[in-house]
Design a protein around this ligand. Sequence first.
Ligand code: FE2
Length: 443
Amino acid sequence: MSTQLFTNAHIATGMPHSTAATTAVPQDILVEDGRFAEIGPDLPARLEAQGRDMSSAPVTDLGGRLVCPPFCDTHLHLDYAYTARKPGATNSSGTLFEGIQRWSETKSDLSIEDVKSRARTAIRHELLHGVQFIRSHADVTDPNLTSLRALLELREELKDVVTIQIVSFPQEGMYSYAGPHGEAGADLVEEGLRMGADCVGGIPHFEQCRELGERSMHTVVKLATRYGRLIDVHCDETDDPNSRYVELLSSLAYRAGIGVRTTASHTCSLGSADNAYFFHLTELLQAAHVNFACAPTENLYLQGRQDTFPKRRGITRVKELTEAGINVSLGQDSMQDPWYPLGNGNMMIILDYVLHLAQMMSFEEIDDALKFLTVDGATTMNLGDSYGLEPGRPADFLVLDASSVFDAVYERCAVLRSVREGRTLFTRRETIDSAFDDLIPEA
Ligand code: FE2
């Protein structure tokens, strides 16, 4: 049996799946055969008292730093990464719809190797920022399904270092898209599921008219039920308060009994809808237990483009959904693509933005904030017992350069170590040279 000990860690509080309720007392982590065996204080002494011979087990002193589960990026487009500088890809209006147009005009030369190469670079960035679980959309409005084929290969090739869920996503619409030989977006989505995509995607607010948007939501739920897959829909990514597909999606998923397997991404329109409507909708969302994925940086940049002033923020109601007990997770969404140029895979930046934009800065909210990147992301991705700091689960965790959740958020801290099934993926040295202490000694 392979055994190792990680000692002297503070475990992030506010984690429903953590075994420690407080960071006040340093904890030790026993890992056996890649799984958590035990988490608690004074483990070496307790194991010795039990007669366990730990003399040959490697011991890593974590120096009192914060340990939390790995980050989940629950909304990303790996196939689009690093295409912003392609000739013809410049999005001069900065709108969502021009981004879709530019991508459509420049995607014909994709190759599997090209997509995989760019996606690998994006995944490297995400990993170095502590992400081990990614839900990526793959554009299937392409008769060759090049993005999907590439990401399916990567999902398998990289499974030891990162878990990738793939959404069969009709970027140009289920019913508004027609391929060069008349291929319908909906048929290509279904073909993506046959090929092994994990989730059914949709984009109802982009369909040509309301009826087609509604029809696409019926198709999404039907396909998810038929193929036993998860759902993740780009839903109401617009400032139009009358874009209300999240309501239809939630109702259909609720009736099909698959609300917990359903995610509504973006839902920017909820930031524009009035309170009376949201009050009514909340009851449905609570009953259906659907998940929300918010991409704060991208939608802050893309939305409000038809406004002068006041100018809307473009993000969904993260605070209100959270307070209503509805699961919200976060996503980077774009990494240098025609929609947003500055995504770098650092989920601490994404968290920083959402806390500001959603006005979630009570000390209680900050102390609980890492849940958005960890357990709430795992809930969106339906990771179940394969995620979390619990005995018996895979020993996946991060060591952050902080000793409390507040300090981690306050410092927008770096990830010092990422561990997956007991194997250290990387370590990072602390960034401040001790010589600095000579310049301004602490009082
Ligand atoms: Fe997206």
